[in-house]
Design a protein around this ligand. Structure first.
Ligand code: AFP
Length: 326
């Protein structure tokens, strides 16, 4: 007897039918899947085709753009435009909002190739996305939505081949890529309660730049947990979601070169922090910034807004909230 695993699309169709929803979201998710598979292909052959280097330009964040960043962005913009369901997008790679289809139904916030420092090595990167729905009743407020108002958020770890997605109030699920490039075999993700497997994840080379409160907490607690850091949020958060623990990207305050200080943190709220915070809450965890605010409750005032981030097991997130309160 042949064995057929449930694909992501089977799973989503069932979900949409159970909740008596329209097919528009399926069409949008089909575009997201097509994008991820295409990025996966370009990334796997990146070294071979000479696509792992710099593109020769600088992005809105003032960072060197990699050739792969450009390719991945072009891929996602193509599929999202073609599906006809997306009003506009905020992409890490574009300074401004990109208008796609004024009659569309959704806003998409994405980073098509997150974790650029891994690109020259062909090591894991992430394609992260969050989706909000247009206001179908009242006046349209356009793009600047809180993470709490997203309808779904997800990430592909590329080229590893895992896809994790959370649907609002319906849980967080992980899929694996199969031989014919289908994402299959949903597993419901729940952060483990037992601290035995918990891990800490942060960039230790920045330790000396953190606030005193954060440095003290690390000093008092790091020996209790394993430590892992890849430098690509999707990969680091993938581990936290499986093993529990805490990923943090604190404020950079005491950098020897003051131009490199980042009091608001490094990560982008709308297409990095919100994406992992949304998945984490659906898996039973939490996410806050250094003001102790829930990441998902922050109303962005600009689309490339940055934030500090503490995301993972609820107990550790609450411990950090106390640290910031004290
Ligand atoms: P890059 O794409 O610029 O490498 O940034 C990746 C990222 O936004 C996120 O994926 C990582 O968790 C974090 O930054 C790594 O930052 P550091 O290189 O400062 O540790």
């Amino acid at each position: 007897m042949l064995h057929f695993e449930q694909t992501f699309m089977d799973f989503l169709i069932e979900h949409q039918e159970r909740h008596k929803r329209t097919y528009h979201f399926l069409i949008l998710m089909n575009a997201i899947l097509n994008s991820a598979k295409r990025i996966q292909y370009y990334y796997l052959t990146g070294a071979l085709r000479g696509n792992l280097g710099l593109a020769g330009s600088v992005n809105v964040q003032g960072e060197d753009v990699m050739r792969m960043d450009e390719i991945a962005n072009e891929v996602v913009l193509h599929y999202l435009k073609k599906c006809g369901r997306v009003i506009s997008v905020v992409s890490e790679e574009n300074d401004d909002i990109v208008m796609l289809n004024p009659d569309g139904r959704y806003f998409v916030y994405f980073d098509p190739m997150d974790g650029s420092s891994n690109v020259p090595h062909n090591l894991p990167i992430g394609f992260l996305f969050g989706i909000a729905k247009r206001n179908l009743e009242g006046e349209e407020d356009m793009h600047l939505r809180k993470g709490r108002d997203y309808i779904c958020a997800g990430m592909f770890v590329i080229p590893t081949g895992t896809f994790t997605i959370a649907l609002k109030n319906s849980g967080c699920f992980r899929f694996h890529i199969d031989e014919v490039m289908n994402y299959v075999k949903p597993t419901k993700m729940t952060l483990p309660d037992s601290p035995k497997t918990w891990e800490l994840s942060f960039n230790p080379s920045n330790w000396h730049t953190y606030s005193e409160k954060v440095r003290n907490w690390i000093e008092q607690n790091e020996a209790k947990y394993a430590f892992r850091y890849l430098g690509a949020l999707a990969g680091d958060f993938h581990r936290i979601l499986t093993n529990g623990g805490l990923f943090m990207y604190p404020a950079i305050l005491n950098h020897p070169d003051p131009k490199k200080n980042r009091p608001e943190g490094k990560l982008r709220l709308m297409y990095e922090a919100n994406v992992v915070a949304f998945m984490c809450e659906e898996a039973g965890g939490g996410a806050i910034n250094e003001r102790g605010e829930n990441i998902l409750d922050i109303l962005p005032s600009k689309h490339h807004q940055r934030t500090t981030l503490y995301v993972g097991s609820k107990k550790l997130v609450e411990e950090m909230r106390e640290v910031f309160r004290s």
